[in-house]
Design a protein around this ligand. Structure first.
Ligand SMILES: Nc1ncnc2c1ncn2[C@@H]1O[C@H](COP(=O)(O)OP(=O)(O)OP(=O)(O)O)[C@@H](O)[C@H]1O
Length: 369
C-alpha cells in the first residue's frame, strides 16, 4: 500500500524512503539467535555489504530481505512498504546466489530472458532488453552458447544479467564471487561495482572477505554473533573501528595492551604514550591501543611521534611489501608493513634478533576499551 507520509521539501518520495529498512529484526532458531534486533537503512542506489565471520548471521539477514526466511520478530520494509508477510515472488527483489543456478538446457539468452517471459513481457521487448543486458555484462555475442561452455566468470555474469534484466528494486548477492579464483575475483569486484553504478540498482552483498567489502561497498555493516558491530563507509570501519572486534576483523590490526591515565596510555611493555583525552574512558581502565601495520614507521621519525623499542622476530617478504614481526615485550608482538619501494634499501632489510625502534603518530592509534 502506498504510504501517505509526505517527503521533506525538495526530496521526491522514493528518495526519502530507504530502499531497504530492517526495523528490530530477529531470527531465532530453537532458542539461539542467528540475527538479533537488527535495524538498518539502505539508501536507494547504494552498494551495501553485510560482512562478518562464518555464522554471524549475514545470510539469514539477506534471506529475510528476500523473503526466503521469516523473521521471528521485527519488520522488513522495501521502498517504504512493509513486506514482512510477503513471499519472495511478491517482493521487487532478485537474488544472485553463490551457486549460479543457471538452466543448463537453455541458452545464455534464454536464461536471461526467463524471468521476463514468465512476467509476460512482449517478445520484441524481451529481445531488446536481453541484448542490452548481455552487452552490459560483456557477454554480447555469447547469447546462443550453453552455460556449461562458459568460464566461471562468464557464468557469474550470466547470473547477474538474469537478475538485473528484471530491473528489481533491490539485488541481493550472497557471496557471488566465492567460486572464482583470486585473480578473476579481483577483476569481477571492479566490474560488479561498475555495473552497479551504471544500472543504479540497490545492491545488498554478503561476504566474509574484508578486502571485497572494502573494494566494492559504499557502506559496510560489520556483523558478529547476529548483531551489527559497526556500520559505516569502508574508511570508517577500517580507519576508525568502533571496537576490538571490528579493529581485528578488518585486516590486521595491532592491539597493544596498556592502562589509560590522564590522557596517556601506559603500555604494559613500558613506555607511556600521549593519546589525548578520550571521552568515555575512565582513568585506570585497561585498554588496547589499536594501530595498523602500515601506520608504523621504521625510520626517519617526525617530532611528536610515539617511539617504542623492540626486537625483530620475523621478516616476511611478499613482493610489494615486507612484514616485520616486532616483539615489544614478552607476549606483545606487533606487525609492521613496509612498502618495498626503495631499491637501495633492499640489503638494509632488518633481520631476526636485531634491536630496533619503531614509531607512530599519536592520531593514528585508537584507544579501545
Ligand atoms: N535453518 C536453520 N536452522 C537452524 N539454524 C540455522 C539455520 N540457518 C542458519 N542457522 C544458524 O544461524 C547462524 C547464522 O547463520 P548464517 O547462515 O546467517 O551465517 P553467515 O554469517 O551467513 O555464515 P556463512 O558465512 O558461514 O554462510 C548460524 O549459527 C547457523 O548455524
Amino acid at each position: 500500500m502506498p504510504s501517505t507520509d509526505s517527503p521533506s521539501p525538495g526530496v521526491t518520495a522514493s528518495e526519502a524512503r530507504p530502499a531497504v529498512r530492517l526495523d528490530g529484526v530477529s531470527k531465532n532458531y530453537g532458542g539461539s539467535y542467528a540475527v538479533r534486533d537488527l535495524s538498518l537503512d539502505i539508501a536507494p542506489g547504494e552498494f551495501f555489504a553485510l560482512l562478518g565471520p562464518s555464522g554471524c548471521g549475514k545470510t539469514t539477514s539477506l534471506r529475510m530481505i528476500g523473503g526466503f526466511t521469516d523473521p521471528t520478530s521485527g519488520t522488513v520494509l522495501l521502498g517504504g512498504e512493509d513486506v514482512t508477510a510477503l513471499p519472495p515472488d511478491k517482493r521487487n527483489v532478485n537474488t544472485v546466489f553463490q551457486s549460479y543456478a543457471l538452466f543448463d538446457h537453455l541458452s545464455v539468452a534464454d536464461n536471461v530472458a526467463f524471468g521476463l517471459k514468465r512476467k509476460g513481457v512482449g517478445r520484441s521487448e524481451i529481445r531488446e532488453r536481453v541484448a542490452t543486458m548481455l552487452e552490459r555484462v560483456q557477454l554480447g555475442g555469447l547469447g546462443d552458447r550453453k552455460p556449461r561452455t562458459l568460464s566461471g566468470g562468464q557464468r557469474q555474469r550470466v547470473a547477474l544479467a538474469r537478475a538485473l534484466v528484471n530491473r528489481p528494486q533491490v539485488l541481493l548477492l550472497d557471496e557471488p564471487l566465492a567460486a572464482l579464483d583470486l585473480k578473476l575475483r579481483r577483476r569481477m569486484q571492479v566490474e560488479l561495482k561498475q555495473i552497479q553504478r551504471e544500472v543504479g540498482i540497490t545492491f545488498v552483498f554478503v561476504t566474509h572477505d574484508q578486502d571485497e567489502a572494502l573494494t566494492m561497498a559504499d557502506r559496510v555493516a560489520v556483523m558478529n554473533e547476529g548483531r551489527v558491530e559497526q556500520c559505516g563507509t569502508p574508511e570508517d570501519v577500517y580507519e576508525r573501528p568502533a571496537n576490538r572486534f571490528v579493529a581485528s576483523f578488518m585486516g590486521t590490526s595491532n592491539l597493544v595492551p596498556g592502562t589509560y591515565r590522564d590522557g596517556q596510555v601506559v603500555l604494559d611493555c613500558g613506555p607511556a604514550l600521549p593519546v589525548g583525552r578520550r571521552a568515555g574512558i575512565a582513568d585506570g581502565s585497561g585498554v588496547s591501543l589499536s594501530i595498523r601495520p602500515e601506520k608504523i614507521w621504521l625510520s626517519e621519525f617526525e617530532a611528536g611521534m610515539a617511539l617504542v623499542q623492540g626486537v625483530v622476530r620475523e621478516t616476511v617478504y611478499s613482493g610489494p611489501t615486507t612484514t616485520y614481526l616486532i616483539e615489544l615485550a614478552p607476549g606483545v608482538t606487533v606487525s609492521v608493513l613496509e612498502q618495498n619501494t626503495d631499491r637501495s634499501r633492499m640489503e638494509d632489510r632488518w633481520h631476526g634478533g636485531e634491536r630496533v625502534e619503531i614509531g607512530w603518530r599519536p592520531e593514528h592509534c585508537l584507544v579501545l576499551d
